[in-house]
Design a protein. Structure first.
Length: 92
């Protein structure tokens, strides 16, 4: 079945999504911090993996050093993650 081209309305939706992609990722990370405060065990492990994935895709200028991100993820420091997100938000 051949693909149908997107309508003008659908193209607008896709364009706005990608224009706000960084903001969407940052918001997801902020929600993850809230969930991490409450989670434990396997659920916390899954959430930390998601946080690591989302952090890898967030862009800011100047970029956050990978060593700092790795340090927060390895230590599973929820407060450190919240501070890191504050830095990213200020730079974005």
């Amino acid at each position: 079945m051949p693909k149908q081209p997107l309508t003008r309305h659908q193209r607008g939706i896709v364009k706005r999504y990608y224009a706000n992609h960084g903001t969407i990722k940052l918001q997801k990370l902020q929600e993850l911090v809230s969930e991490l405060y409450l989670a434990s065990g396997k659920k916390a492990d899954q959430l930390w993996k998601r946080a690591e994935t989302h952090l890898a895709s967030v862009k800011c200028d100047p970029p956050i050093p990978d060593t700092l991100v790795r340090k927060v993820i390895d230590a599973r420091d929820t407060e450190g993650l919240a501070r890191l997100l504050g830095e990213i938000d200020a730079r974005a």
